[in-house]
Design a protein around this ligand. Structure first.
Ligand code: HAS
Ligand code: CU
Length: 549
C-alpha cells in the first residue's frame, strides 16, 4: 500500500476530477435536449454557456485531475514513496491548478465566458477566464515537474538503468504536455489577456487559432496516453501475462513526443491564411502520428492472444472466449479499446483534406470526439476508478458494486453508440456543430429536417440521457468506494494496483535519451510551424475587436 501522504494527494485529485464530472455531465444532458428543441432555458442560462461548461469541465478538468491522480499513484508505487519536496511541490501545483479551475468555472457559470472550450477569437470572454486558464496550466506544470523530480531522484540512485515502464510513460506524457502548452500559454499571455483587459484593441485571429491548435492537438494525446499507459501496463497484469514488448511500448510513446505537436493544421484545413504546402506537410505528419496507435493496437491483440491461449483457447480465434470477461477491470477497458477502432478511423477521415471539407463544421466531429476522448479515454478512466479508489482508501469493492459497474459501462456503451452514431450520420447530412439550433434549409426546427431512426436529434437525446444515467451510477460507485464501503479485510484484487512485469533486458538505452527526443520534436515543430507563423504575422490582416455573445 502507498504511504498515507501520497494516497491523500491522489485522492484529492480524484475528488476534484469527479466534482467536475458531475457538473460537466449535467451540462451535457441539458445540451442534447436543447438541440432537440425540447427545452427552453431560463433567461440567465444559455446554450453556449452550458456547452462551454460541458467541454471545459469534462475534457479539460476531469481528465487532467484524474490523470494526475493516476500518475501520482503509479509513480509512488513504481519508484517509491514521495519525499517531502516532491509532495510539497505537488500540493503547490494542485492548489494553483484548483484556483485556476475555480476562477474559470465561476466565469463560465456567471455567463462571462461563453466561448466554448476552444475559446476562438474574436469571441471574447472576461479576462479573468483567461487568467484562470493560465493558472490551470501553470499548476499542471508544477505538478508535472514535481513528478519529474521524483523520477530524477530514482535515476540518480539507479544510474544507467532504464526506469520502470510506468515511470517512463509518465515522464513522456509530461514532456509532451509541457511542450504542447507553450502554444496556449503564448496565445493566452500575449494575445488574449492584453486584448480582454483592453490594453490592446484587436487580436490576430489566425495566429491565435494556430497557437491554440499547436496545443489543441497534443492535448488529445495528453488524454490518450494515460489511457494507453493503462492498456500497456495494467491490462496485461489483469490478463496474467507480461508486457508484450517493453521496447515497442517505449518506442510508441516517444513517437508521440515527435509527431503529436507539428500537426495542428489538421484542425485548420478549411481556414484561409495558411498556404496549401504547410497544410499538406502537417497532414503528412498527422499520418505519422497514427503509427504509434497502430502499434498499440497490435500489442493489445498480442496480449489478448497470449492470455487466451494460456487459458486454453485453440485455433485462430478460440482465445477470444477465454479472456476474463467477468472481470470488470478488464471488460470496461476492452470496450474502451473497441470504441477506438471507429474513433481512430474517423480521425483518419478527418485528417484527409477532401473529406475534411465535408465533415469539418458538422456534428460528425462531435461524434468523433465522443468516441475518442468520450469513450476510449473516459471509459478507461472509469475502468481504473473501480480499483484505484479502493486501492487508495482500502475500502472493499463488493459484488454489488461490481454488478453496478457492469450496468454502468453497459449503459455508457449503449448511450454512446446511439448518440455518436446519430451525430456522425447527422453530420454527413449537414447538421452543423457549435450551434444551439439546427433548423437549416428553410426548416424551423431540426425535427422537420432529420427524421430517420439514426438521423434524428431524438436518438441523440435518448443516447445522451442514457449516458447521464450511467454517469450518475458511476458517481454513486465513486462515493461508495471513497467514503462508505467497509474496509477490505481479506486480500482482494480490487484493492491492488495491477502493474505487469515488463522485461527491459532487450530494450535499447537510447529510448530513454530525453534530449534526443525533445531535440527532434523541436526540430519538427520548427520545420512545420516557423514559416507559416512568420507569414501569419507578416501578412496579418487588420486585427479583430472582441465579440461577446
Ligand atoms: Fe481527433 C478533431 C484527427 C485521435 C479528439 N479530435 C478532434 C476533436 C477532438 C478530437 C476533441 O485531422 C475536435 C476538436 C474541436 O473542437 O474542433 N484524431 C485525428 C487523428 C487521430 C485522432 C488522425 N482525436 C483523437 C483522439 C482524441 C481526439 C485520440 C481524444 C482523445 N481529429 C482529427 C482531425 C480533427 C479532429 C483532423 C479536426 C476535424 C475538424 O475538421 O475540425 C489519430 O490519433 C487516430 C489514430 C487511432 C487509430 C486507432 C487504433 C486503435 C486502437 C484500438 C485497438 C482495439 C483493440 C480492441 C485492441 C488508428 C489502438 C479490439 C476489439 C475488438 C472488438 C476487435
Ligand atoms: Cu487533432
Amino acid at each position: 500500500m502507498l504511504a498515507a501522504a501520497d494516497r491523500k494527494l491522489a485522492l484529492w485529485n480524484i475528488g476534484v476530477a469527479y466534482t467536475a464530472f458531475l457538473i460537466g455531465t449535467l451540462a451535457g444532458l441539458l445540451q442534447v435536449f436543447i438541440r432537440n428543441d425540447r427545452l427552453e432555458l431560463p433567461a440567465w442560462l444559455d446554450y453556449y454557456q452550458i456547452l462551454t461548461a460541458h467541454g471545459v469541465l469534462l475534457a479539460l478538468i476531469f481528465t487532467t485531475f484524474f490523470i494526475f491522480a493516476f500518475f501520482i499513484s503509479g509513480m509512488s508505487k513504481s519508484l517509491g514513496t514521495f519525499g517531502p519536496k516532491v509532495l510539497l511541490w505537488n500540493w503547490i501545483g494542485f492548489v494553483v491548478m484548483l484556483t485556476g479551475t475555480v476562477l474559470a468555472t465561476v466565469m463560465i457559470v456567471i455567463g462571462e465566458a461563453s466561448v466554448l472550450y476552444t475559446f476562438y477569437a474574436p469571441l471574447m470572454a472576461s479576462p479573468w477566464y483567461y487568467v484562470g486558464l493560465a493558472l490551470f496550466v501553470v499548476g499542471s506544470w508544477i505538478m508535472g515537474f514535481a513528478l519529474v523530480g521524483h523520477y530524477m531522484k530514482w535515476k540518480k540512485a539507479n544510474r544507467g538503468e532504464l526506469s520502470p515502464l510506468f515511470a517512463f510513460m509518465t515522464v513522456t506524457t509530461i514532456v509532451l504536455w509541457v511542450i504542447a502548452c507553450l502554444g496556449v500559454v503564448a496565445t493566452v499571455l500575449f494575445q488574449y489577456i492584453p486584448w480582454a483587459f483592453g490594453w490592446v484593441d484587436t487580436i490576430n485571429v489566425e495566429l491565435s487559432r494556430t497557437l491554440f491548435w499547436y496545443f489543441g492537438h497534443p492535448l488529445v494525446y495528453f488524454w490518450l496516453l494515460p489511457a494507453y499507459m493503462a492498456w500497456y501496463t495494467v491490462v496485461p497484469k489483469i490478463l496474467g501475462v507480461p508486457v508484450f514488448s517493453d521496447s515497442l511500448a517505449r518506442l510508441a510513446f516517444v513517437l508521440f513526443i515527435l509527431f503529436s505537436i507539428p500537426v495542428g493544421f489538421h484542425h485548420q484545413l478549411m481556414e484561409p491564411g495558411i498556404s496549401d504546402f504547410w497544410k499538406f506537410l502537417q497532414v503528412v505528419l498527422t499520418f505519422m502520428v497514427i503509427i504509434p496507435s497502430l502499434m498499440t493496437a497490435f500489442s493489445m491483440f498480442a496480449n489478448f492472444e497470449r492470455a487466451g491461449r494460456k487459458n486454453g483457447g485453440k485455433g485462430l480465434f478460440g482465445w477470444f472466449t477465454k479472456l476474463p470477461w467477468k472481470d470488470l477491470r478488464f471488460t470496461s477497458i476492452f470496450i474502451a479499446m473497441a470504441f477506438f477502432i471507429p474513433g481512430g478511423a474517423g480521425g483518419i477521415i478527418n485528417a484527409s483534406f477532401q473529406l475534411n471539407e465535408i465533415v469539418h463544421n458538422t456534428l460528425w466531429i462531435v461524434g468523433h470526439f465522443h468516441i475518442t476522448v468520450g469513450t476510449p479515454v473516459a471509459m478507461t478512466f472509469m475502468g481504473l476508478t473501480y480499483w484505484l479508489i479502493p486501492y487508495l482508501t482500502g475500502r472493499k469493492f463488493s459484488n454489488t458494486m461490481k454488478k453496478l459497474g457492469f450496468i454502468q459501462i453497459g449503459l455508457w456503451s449503449v448511450g454512446m453508440l446511439l448518440m455518436s452514431t446519430a451525430q456522425h450520420i447527422l453530420g454527413l447530412l449537414g447538421a452543423p456543430r457549435r450551434t444551439a439550433y439546427s433548423g437549416y434549409n428553410g426548416h424551423e426546427s431540426a425535427l422537420e429536417w432529420f427524421d430517420g431512426i439514426l438521423t434524428n436529434h431524438v436518438t441523440m437525446a435518448v443516447g445522451g440521457s442514457i449516458l447521464f444515467l450511467s454517469a450518475m451510477l458511476l458517481l454513486y460507485i465513486v462515493i461508495m468506494s471513497a467514503f462508505v464501503s467497509p474496509k477490505a479485510v481479506e486480500p482482494d484484487e480490487f484493492v491492488e494496483f495491477p502493474l505487469a512485469e515488463s522485461d527491459k533486458r532487450a530494450t535499447p538505452k537510447f529510448l530513454e535519451n530525453w534530449w534526443l527526443w525533445i531535440g527532434m520534436a523541436f526540430l519538427l515543430i520548427i520545420i512545420a510551424y516557423a514559416i507559416p507563423i512568420a507569414q501569419m504575422i507578416q501578412h496579418a490582416p487588420p486585427g479583430s475587436r472582441g465579440f461577446i455573445t
